[in-house]
Write a protein that binds this ligand. Structure first.
Ligand SMILES: NC(=O)CC[C@H](N)C(=O)O
Length: 232
């Protein structure tokens, strides 16, 4: 399986995402934002970072990059797409996911190991988790507050499209403690915390809450491989 990781000007976590893909057992393919060619990949990761210097709103300019036309088309045809932090912001800006991300309610950039619950395993990126499992992965952002109107929030809940919720603390004022959501089809997932930074023992979170010594993020990437194998 080949998983494309798109680099935008100001991307920060593209190399870690490529490494996570490789450790999970797939082949990472580096893609450039200015291209119109997805190079035949089977899945896509939009990585974290500070694309276009976070000008205007985080992710808004990147969402208009040339390659995003292909990403939107592929996502609408069912390609698995994972947006991590700045990538999540791009997915909401591109309207592939509902809602939006605004400045953290306390006004500060935050960096911490964050506990989440897995609220659904019915997505291309969460099938290898247990429903209700608590995982610990890093969180680092300035505009991580998830917002949507009440109707949208109710619909996301009713349709089982809240994928992750913050546990213990709500680090950024996200409505209903939402850390990540999916689209109706379950192929597009966006979340603010960073699974790609928790894929190797000794390099990820090592807090008492960490369930499996810092490798909780690996299951995102094995999940998309498992889904692909199940389809063969
Ligand atoms: N880690 C990230 O991807 C950060 C995203 C964005 N630059 C923010 O601060 O919210």
């Amino acid at each position: 399986m080949r998983v494309g990781v798109i680099t935008f000007p100001g991307s920060l976590d593209d190399r870690d995402a490529q490494r996570a893909v490789r450790l999970a057992g797939a082949e990472p393919v580096a893609l450039w934002h200015g291209s119109h060619d997805l190079e035949g990949v089977d899945a896509l990761v939009l990585p974290g970072g500070f694309s276009y210097g976070d000008y205007l709103r985080c992710g808004s300019i990147a969402s208009l990059s040339p390659i995003m036309a292909e990403v939107i088309d592929a996502a609408r045809h069912g390609m698995p797409v994972l947006g991590i932090c700045n990538g999540f912001q791009m997915l909401t800006e591109a309207r592939l996911l509902e809602g939006g991300l605004i400045r953290n309610d306390h006004g500060n950039f935050i960096c911490r190991d964050q506990v989440l619950t897995v609220e659904t395993t019915a997505t291309d990126w969460t099938g290898d988790f247990e429903l209700g499992q608590q995982i610990t992965i890093p969180l680092k952002n300035g505009e991580g507050g998830f917002i949507a109107d009440d109707d949208t929030l109710n619909r996301l809940e009713d349709e089982g499209r809240v994928v992750f919720r913050y546990v213990g603390v709500n680090p950024n004022g996200s409505l209903r403690d939402i850390a990540g959501i999916t689209n109706a089809r379950g192929n597009v997932v966006g979340l603010m915390p960073h699974p790609e930074h928790a894929v190797e023992p000794g390099f990820g979170p090592d807090t008492p809450e960490a369930m499996r010594s810092g490798v909780d993020g690996l299951d995102f990437f094995t999940s998309v491989i498992s889904r692909a194998l199940a389809r063969i």
